[in-house]
Design a binder for this molecule. Sequence first.
Ligand code: SF4
Length: 436
Amino acid sequence: MTSVATAINLITRADAERLSKEAPAASTCSSDLAKGPWEFDAAEALRGLPAYGPGASSADVAPASTPRQGQLPQEYKDASDDELRARIHAAKQTLGDRVVVLGHFYQRDEVVEHADFVGDSFQLANAALTRPDAEAIVFCGVHFMAETADILSREDQAVILPNLAAGCSMADMADIDSVQQCWDQLEELFGTEPDAEGRVPVIPVTYMNSSAALKGFCGEHGGIVCTSSNAATVLEWAFERAQRVLFFPDQHLGRNTAKAMGVPLEQMPMWSPRKPWGGTDPETLRDSRVILWHGFCSVHRRFNVAQIDKARAEYPGVRVIVHPECPMEVVDAADEYGSTDYIRKAIAAATVPTVFAIGTEVNLVNRLAAEYPQHTIFCLDPVICPCSTMYRIHPGYLAWVLEGLVEGEVRNRIEVAADVAEPARVALERMLAARP
Ligand code: SF4
């Protein structure tokens, strides 16, 4: 199976003959995806404004505070794929157990092949804990994941993000100042006194895909973190302690999970930051069970019901599985929904050849297709449009940070301040202790 990066190169170079032999006919959402991510790092430095770059989040607005990546030395930009592969391999050999490389499911294959562990954000943070002797944890994922690894790892372990511009547009949609403003208004409206059953008026729940500052906010305000695997368990935990939940940043995960638990849609108002009462009104908020933050993942928002209808028409009997970050109507039209871990396990458990149409990031879907050739597995979105920020991690940056470690230099370290890390750890520990 052709990797996503190779398919993008073939499509954008219009190498039709090779394409028809090596990859399914498809298009990409941007021909810029064939460029090196350093071209966008350089463009941002020139303009002075950050952007998410090509891919699914290209139309999202990056906050001015988004970390920027300095220039990658020319030798890494000029190196061929084979040369980078050899250099990464050599650096890892030299470093041995001193380093652990983590690769998120949505990373390009050319990075994942060097990972000691591959998984979702929380699996990877936990995987790092199994290597307490490693001096450095190189996290090939996005910024909030590296922050979580730093919170959970030993103080003297350095967590490294190969490209600082690898953020997450969804995580950026809820910043600490906007959430604090929302919280102040909710406290003004509801007060802080528990009801007769001891439930406080509102409890904050943040998705793992959020900044450390928001995890810390939840820790300080009796709240909790959730993943896409345990969101229902976490909401149950929260409903035992509160009359309602403020859920951020992903409206879709919040809505899909609460709806499946029987919460009516009219009791799930949306909070849009910077609007009076979040764009809703006090009466609706009083009657609410889940207040949804106006955030979304631009990768999963690309999926729609028409794609599912097309898959069913072309492949009668197809199993459609989508991620809960997809919009509600897509989740409703699918056969199943679940986290990346759920999707992987569902495919692994299929004992007869099956056609799977999957609604999640294309790098993971293509890798599953290669791993399980007995099944037909394809991405519901026919346009190749990877996560813009995962794309910013390229083997060139991985080689650069690993060779830095060989030379004794820690590059791109992600450190969460102790006053944020401490309450964030509390919110993460509450999640680990929550049981179905
Ligand atoms: S896939 Fe979506 S939620 Fe995940 S890192 Fe990319 S933008 Fe963020």
